[in-house]
Design a protein around this ligand. Structure first.
Ligand code: ATP
Ligand code: MN
Length: 508
């Protein structure tokens, strides 16, 4: 410590040495200016941590050359030492606790975290870093180990590694809001200290708040208004990666999703349609709560469901829609083509033209002849969906069918399930009722009633002539299916009717 300080009334002695200069507030332009960057870099270098305290096993503070006049460095040193001792004690406790037991309990969660790790533990922020078009990819450490070792004890990289921390911080700047200009430093091998990174992060937040206030005053694009910042960032990244050219207006704001129009860009291994629809699943769970039954009992998603948090469940809806669309696509059913799925955002081909979505069957004013054609198409699609895709739409109605290019297109299949879903046949019956009612109202004389349609689509032969009994039979079948699952521990492959007997379940 500096012993030569002359004590006056103005300069009180501080047990920590000299009082650090207050940080001067500056604007973003200044923060990003090159001169400042140089200054910061110089300052950084002069404030570099002594090597000894950065390695886990090194001695603590040995050299005479260590500058102890900075409160900050001193405090950091003490904190590092404290953390180290704490962790060492924890390791001893852990060892004692576990003894020779084969099953051991890890105390890892109680270890002190280095501030670098602490500053960002959200898996979301670094979840998607699309580097496919990143010319710097080769130089950029995208797979930095969180902590621990690379190789067999050699080349040990600890989380305290200053260089690694610095690079990580630089990479994290990519996750600031789109409006926050971080320059092109991300691509260079730039190492940002925690201090600088945190200052920038704070600045990014306040900029975000400020720009949100500004945006309130003037009209902004619809896309920005209806989605949360994280989604906006996701959309921005898609544009940035070139997958999309632009994200345009909002086509629909439903209960569970918001749909946008976007101009397609390009992908390396895939053709991106010129017009795309982005279905953004809402990340507020409320609307989805009553739809749990569609996914909870779907064996494809069952195991994962119970372990997931609400955000992940929403992603699962998007994933489910993607899988279902793909199945339909490969069976030749007219439906949107999947382009890309990122978290809760599904990119697909746009059904419509020049940013105007095709009308739904509800909206399209079809003549009788067209209605008749539409009916036969729907019938055929329902059969293919059931037989080839092994799916029941489960929300089929005139609202989820579009009329485009003289044919019917099926959309909105996130809730679609396999027929052997515990309520699959009930859902199918409901679909049949909607379809039957719609085309009967439209005057298509060929339209059968819901029960007949159900039998045609499912290939089952349920004979009850009234709806109550019909439903009871359906439920009995579903129950049989469930019992089969209970007994054999696996689901049945499909329902099938006997030629001269009641419907039964069929196992391959
Ligand atoms: P809702 O609650 O209104 O049913 P949703 O959340 O179930 O909405 P969808 O039914 O998939 O979402 O889509 C809502 C609307 O967005 C559709 O009625 C249609 O107008 C439009 N839309 C959805 N997908 C596409 C697409 N691929 N191309 C064009 N428009 C689409
Ligand atoms: Mn819908």
């Amino acid at each position: 410590m500096d012993q030569g300080v002359i004590l006056t009334a103005e300069s009180r002695p501080s047990p920590w040495g000299n009082v650090a200069k207050p940080i001067i507030q500056c604007s973003l332009a200044e923060v990003m200016s090159e001169e400042l960057a140089k200054e910061l870099q110089l300052e950084e270098e002069s404030h570099t941590f002594p090597k000894e305290i950065l390695t886990d096993d090194g001695p603590f503070l040995t050299g005479d050359n260590i500058d102890t006049s900075s409160d900050e460095i001193l405090a950091q040193m003490l904190q590092t030492q404290f953390d180290k001792e704490f962790d060492a004690q924890l390791s001893r406790e852990e060892k004692k606790f576990n003894g020779d037991s084969k099953v051991s309990i890890s105390f890892d969660n109680y270890r002190k975290l280095h501030p670098c790790e602490e500053s960002d533990s959200s898996e979301d922020e670094v979840d998607w870093q699309d580097t496919r078009h990143d010319p710097y990819k080769a130089d950029k450490p995208t797979t930095t180990p969180k902590k621990g070792f690379i190789g067999k004890g050699k080349d040990i990289t600890t989380k305290h590694d200053e260089v690694v921390c610095g690079r990580k911080n630089t990479a994290r700047m990519e996750n600031f809001t789109p409006e926050f200009q971080v320059g092109d430093g991300i691509g260079m091998d730039l190492k940002l200290s925690n201090q600088v990174f945190n200052a920038l992060k704070q600045h990014s937040f306040s900029e975000q708040r400020r720009s949100a206030r500004l945006h309130d005053k003037k009209e902004v694009s619809t896309a920005e208004k209806v989605v949360d910042p994280k989604t906006r960032l996701l959309l921005y990244k898609m544009v940035n990666a070139g997958v999309l050219e632009t994200v345009n207006g909002c086509v629909s704001t439903g209960k569970e999703s918001v749909v946008f129009h976007a101009n397609g860009g390009r992908m390396e291994d895939q053709i991106v349609p010129a017009e795309c629809a982005l279905k953004v699943f809402k990340t507020t769970l409320n609307e989805f709560k009553n739809r749990d039954k569609y996914i909870k009992d779907d064996y494809r998603f069952k195991d994962r469901f119970s372990k997931l948090n609400p955000r992940k469940i929403i992603r699962m809806w998007a994933e489910k829609e993607m899988h279902n669309l793909k199945r339909m696509q490969s069976a030749g059913i007219a439906c949107p083509e999947v382009v890309l799925l990122k978290k809760h955002v599904l990119v697909m081909s746009f059904i419509g033209k020049d940013q105007i979505p095709a009308p739904t069957l509800k909206e399209a004013k079809l003549g009788l002849e067209e209605s008749k054609q539409a009916y036969y198409q729907v019938l055929s699609m329902m059969k293919i969906l059931y037989e080839q895709c092994n799916l029941v739409h489960a929300d089929l109605s005139e609202y989820n069918m579009m009329w485009h290019d003289g044919k019917v297109w099926l959309i909105d299949v996130s809730q679609s399930v396999e027929p052997t879903h515990p309520h699959g046949l009930e859902f199918l019956f409901r679909d049949c009722r909607n379809v039957s009612q719609f085309f009967q109202k439209a005057g298509v004389a060929e339209t059968p009633n819901a029960r007949e349609l159900f039998n045609v689509v499912s290939g089952l032969n349920i004979t009850s002539d009234n709806q109550v009994d019909f439903m009871a039979e359906i439920e009995a079948l579903e129950k049989m299916n469930e019992d089969h699952v209970q007994m054999h521990g696996k689901k049945v492959s499909m329902y099938q009717k006997d030629d001269d007997g009641p419907p039964r379940i069929y196992d391959e």
